[in-house]
Design a binder for this molecule. Structure first.
Ligand SMILES: Cc1ncc(COP(=O)(O)O)c(C=O)c1O
Length: 424
């Protein structure tokens, strides 16, 4: 094992992207092997360079972790010492806690959200069939569809919230429709109950509903928790999510014991017992104990962090009143402001304006799924995607994350308010 270089944790200013400034007593005290391994990466210089940088990032996932670092380190240390790194007590505890939080009976930790979508589609019997979904949600469902050999069928989104418009589902149902993936976007929930009603009225209750709650952990709509409305639901715990791990992680949830057993088998080689592979198309995708331990530490704070995100978006909403800009996030009570999305016909000018004010922006997402080069030539079906197409090119993601300082929120709010959003 390599000897550890002396490390001291210090309080750091808000702009540190990791949220932890690690000061080594001297860069040259690092063992040569560590220096070689880091290939020139000098954390001392890195930390000091970000300290003088007052730009506001879109997301700093380490910021809200700072007060919990001691606990996180202890839990990780305990996992390392336990020798139980997969399928252990941390994963078991997380599965129980998250199932109960989402008000469902079963939760299985998996490697990441995209794997979760693939497993859910596979369990829904989507292989070789069609899957109805939206085209503006980053391509994760499309990726999973391609892996299971399902054809994506794209329907439109609502103009206000940019989540799936239930009224666009029925015209796209076909004999091969196996599932609808309802992607909750930017913290806004789509109306899964309305989609279920539409499927029932069309005599298609055989079509399964899979919720993708990866951008909406903890959100509610009409008193129902995200993840509890579909036949299955999927979550990603990518670090920037409302509930994020220190790497990749995901989960698939459901209410039905038979479905739970099916997914359980699919996520580990199709095993129904050790070394007995009985279910076709199994693969390997497991949550690891370290990620589960981190999620167990963070879980009790999720509602608090969601409230913080909401208050940031509310501040922006107030600031842009009358400016010609529109806030897409927070379209309903119980939304959780995963991303703060501003809409304007002049997105490039807004991004430039914010950049000049030292504020980073992003776009979620710049292309619809079928516009990606990887999808060219692959089969899909499309409804009239009027709102999806209109919004693409008009949305700008601005900073929003728990732990943002009041000063940072004010700076973003003031920069938004000072933008002339009238169409030129
Ligand atoms: C809505 C949505 N679904 C699925 C995923 C995929 O999750 P992962 O990155 O964990 O595979 C993401 C994001 O990362 C997402 O935002």
């Amino acid at each position: 094992m390599l000897p550890a270089a002396p490390v001291r944790m210090v309080e750091c200013p808000a702009q540190d992207p990791i949220g932890i400034a690690v000061h080594r007593t001297s860069a040259c005290e690092r063992p040569a092997a560590v220096r070689a391994r880091n290939d020139g990466w000098d954390r001392l210089h890195y930390a000091s360079s970000v300290m003088s940088d007052s730009r506001i990032r879109v997301s700093v996932p380490g910021r809200h972790l700072r007060p919990l670092l001691g606990e996180v380190s202890e839990r990780i240390d305990a996992v390392v010492r336990s020798g139980r790194w997969l399928k252990g007590p941390e994963t078991g505890a997380f599965q129980t806690t998250f199932a109960s939080y989402c008000e469902v009976d079963y939760c299985l930790g998996v490697g990441n959200g995209t794997d979760g979508l693939e497993l859910a589609l596979s369990a829904a019997g989507a292989r070789g069939g069609e899957v109805i979904t939206v085209a503006n949600a980053g391509g994760y469902t499309t990726t999973a569809c391609r892996i299971v050999g399902a054809t994506p069928v794209y329907v439109d989104v609502l103009e206000e919230s940019l989540v799936l418009d239930p009224t666009t589902v029925e015209p796209m149902l076909g004999p091969q429709t196996r599932a609808v993936v309802v992607t909750h976007l930017f913290g806004n929930l789509a109306d899964t109950a309305a989609i279920r009603g539409i499927l029932a009225a069309a005599g298609r209750s055989d079509v399964l509903i899979i919720e993708d709650g990866s951008q909406a952990h903890g959100a509610t709509l009409n008193g129902r928790k995200v993840g509890s409305n579909g036949d299955m639901s999927v979550f990603s715990f990518y670090p920037t999510k409302n509930l994020g791990a220190l790497g990749d992680g995901g989960a698939v949830l459901c209410r039905n014991a038979h479905t739970a057993e099916h997914i359980e088998a699919l996520h580990q080689y199709g095993w129904t017992s050790r070394y007995e592979s009985s279910i076709p198309y199994g693969r390997n995708s497991r949550m690891d104990e370290i990620q589960a331990a981190v999620l167990n530490v963070k879980m009790p704070y999720l509602d608090e962090w969601n409230a913080e995100r909401r208050s940031i978006v509310r501040r922006y909403s107030q600031a842009i009143r009358g400016s010609g800009l529109k806030m897409v996030t927070e379209s309903h009570d119980g939304a959780v402001a995963h991303l703060a999305i501003v809409r304007t016909a002049d997105a490039a000018r807004l991004r430039n304006h914010l950049d000049t004010a030292g504020i980073d922006t992003d776009v979620h997402y710049p292309r619809l799924d079928f516009e990606q080069p990887s999808q060219s030539g692959l089969p899909d079906r499309r409804g009239a995607l009027i709102n999806s197409v209109a919004a693409r090119g008009e949305i700008v993601t601005v900073p929003c994350f728990p732990g943002m300082t009041d000063g940072e929120v004010d700076r973003v709010a003031e920069a938004l308010a000072s933008f002339d959003g009238s169409t030129r």
